[in-house]
Ligand binder design. Sequence first.
Ligand code: ASP
Length: 470
Amino acid sequence: MVRVGVRERIAAAETPELVGQEIMLAGWVQARRNMGKIVFIDLRDSSGVVQIVFGSALKRGSELLKTLRPEYVVRVIGLVTKRQSGQENPDLATGTVEVQAQILEILNQAETPPFEIGHDRPVGEDIRLRFRYLDLRNRRMLNNLTLRHKVWQFIRNYLTDRRFLEVETPFLTKGTPEGAREYIVPARHYPGKFYILPQSPQQFKQLLMVAGIERYFQIVRCFRDEDTRGDRQPEFTQLDLEMSFIEQADVLNLLESLLVALIKAVTPEKTISHLPFPRITYAEAIKKYQTDKPDLRRDKTNSNELAFAFIVDWPLFEFSATEGKLVPMHHLFTSPRDEDVKLLTRSPDKARSKQHDLVLNGFEIGGGSIRIHQADVQRQVFEALKLSATEVEKRFGHMLEAFRYGAPPHGGIALGLDRLLAILANEPNIREVIAFPKTGDGRDLMMGAPSELPDQQLREAHITIRKAPS
Ligand code: ASP
């Protein structure tokens, strides 16, 4: 008799190579078809789906057959056989074979899922997100997570081969000025004080350059408490990198060669329409395309066309009507162009910067700059922004201090990986390429976040909730 438990489990996708062999499979019942004396099930595991036939070969478990329902977890031992000619299923990767079951075991039962799994029928997004662990059983989602993993792996290997070091930076930190509202975390041991969840590792990566790391990268979560604006997530993932002793062209060339190699490796069906990536000045982009995110695709209906472009020579500052003064176009560590440093004191609004953005098919997917590494230029920028000396000291004293100890020239970029993935996966929004995303209005429907907290927890965090006047 065959003993269960001592055999190696085979993945459904491997079955076409194992014709004539007795194997053990385990997974979920995707569908069951009753054909009188014979019952078929589609058995799904993380590798794919294979058809199991319960017929005359079944020695054990036949009494369980009638109880089988969708999403039951089962283990099957059986013989892999070629399907009779005419019975092949071209829609299934394992469609040339089937498994003649000898033993059936039910490992667990399942309630009727709130939506069908493994079918292309449309399901509302709220219900998908509420039961995300079921939604993720669908092949489309598994494919997206697999692509995500491949992209991560490729980037890590590519940059490691080029002497980059992946360094983790803190999530509990102090605010950094990059334009977005920040998530705040009460510091229990310091009543009235708070940590901030970082919008990006900007200051830490610059400090790593002061530390002599020279080539840093990190695939990192960033947090921004923004109002619902289109397809955004409160937490999202960036490829963040920074290099020392380089010019702007070095950063752009590195990112370009990384992306070209990545796309060739993970989505070879895609074509890149302009190589090298065009480098367009901000002024030119506005004049020619009336936008700083031009869509340069030749055929906008072709989902496999990718058109990248770098936008350079941005204005260093822009006027903010709400604040009534100049604010940085990028962030305040971005360097002015060398020939425009003299404008900082005379007409800062005319100064151009060493900012670079990366645009793909009309989306901004990355941004960065060459940074200021000289304390006097940084001071002039603070003055142009009308930041008082006390404010500067309070917010950026640590940066100015560090820059006094020999900061190398440096610069970098951050790439929005969720957006890049959504485009590579031909998905309409970034939620489809994130395992557990939040809704467009920032809620996690599965976990029920955000949520209220027990009084005790609020007390410990020194928080009193002021009830809204009724
Ligand atoms: N910290 C910037 C951002 O997240 C990127 C950079 O300047 O490198 O957009």
